[in-house]
Write a protein that binds this ligand. Structure first.
Ligand code: PGA
Length: 259
């Protein structure tokens, strides 16, 4: 049975997640870049996790601009990837990490020695997943986790069914997520399994920023914010982080929110 322990809007936390509604995609991207830059300037050697997909591309463009202009120093930041298809190397044309390389790591000249790739090709993936979580802890825990929200409510590849206790592990992908991601690549077959950082690891981050834009996600945003916290909608677990969490959402994705 799925735990139901209140909801994002009526969180049992004394302080709820902040909801920041901005005009459009560009404003969302700038706000997210500001949050990352603020954390990185306070913790120049801190550990962070950042997502792949279409939502963060604008944030990456802005972060790369600041890094290349010498306004932001990313040289010692420890970057932990959020998710990857099982058995797929970072350089594979259909890898999620390939998108991160293309959209951020390469244009921002990030030293790849500071990037912790998901151990998706390890001979013993379960053991490697555990070691990945241990590496997050050894790096002092996450200072900021930037995450997106899937149309089915997933975070990273924490698909519906994922609870707040989950750690880095192998996950089975839903048909919906595989179809969603198919548009990132021409003609690529999307694997049926992935490895994803867990909700539990994300929730322990000092700050969590979820970015969501577009009318297509207005319904799931409303459900997440106004409905119960539930494994059926993994993004709803952000409510447990209270004021450490911030949802940055454009007016289109916020369209169905009350008030
Ligand atoms: P998107 O994916 O940024 O491509 O919409 C978000 C997600 O599935 O987490």
């Amino acid at each position: 049975m799925c735990p139901r322990v209140g909801n994002y809007g009526e969180s049992s936390m004394t302080e709820k997640p902040t909801i920041t509604v901005v005009a459009d995609y560009d404003a969302m991207s700038l706000a997210a870049a500001d949050r990352v830059a603020d954390v990185v300037s306070r913790y120049p050697e801190g550990a962070i996790t950042i997502p792949t997909g279409s939502t963060p591309v604008g944030m990456y463009t802005e972060l790369a601009r600041r890094i290349n202009a010498g306004e932001l120093d990313f040289s010692r930041v420890q970057i932990f990837c959020l998710d990857e298809y099982l058995g797929v190397t970072p350089e594979d044309p259909a890898a999620l990490t390939k998108l991160l390389l293309r959209d951020f790591l390469v244009p921002a000249n990030i030293n790849l020695d500071n990037v912790h790739f998901i151990p998706s090709t390890a001979a013993d993936p379960a053991k490697a997943a555990q070691e990945y979580d241990d590496a997050v802890k050894a790096a002092g825990g996450l200072k900021i986790a930037v995450i997106g929200l899937g149309p089915n409510g997933h975070v990273g590849f924490n698909e519906p069914g994922s609870g707040p206790e989950t750690r880095t592990r192998i996950v089975n992908l839903t048909r919906e997520s595989r179809d969603q991601n198919a548009h990132y690549y021409e003609g690529a077959t999307i694997p049926e399994q992935a490895m994803s950082m867990g909700i539990g690891t994300i929730l322990e981050s000092e700050k969590i920023v979820m970015i969501v834009n577009g009318t297509a996600k207005a319904e799931i945003v409303k459900e997440m914010v106004e409905g119960p916290m539930t494994n059926d909608l993994p993004g709803s677990w952000l409510g447990l982080a209270g004021s450490r969490a911030e949802l940055i959402v454009d007016t289109s994705a916020a369209a169905f929110l009350e008030s």
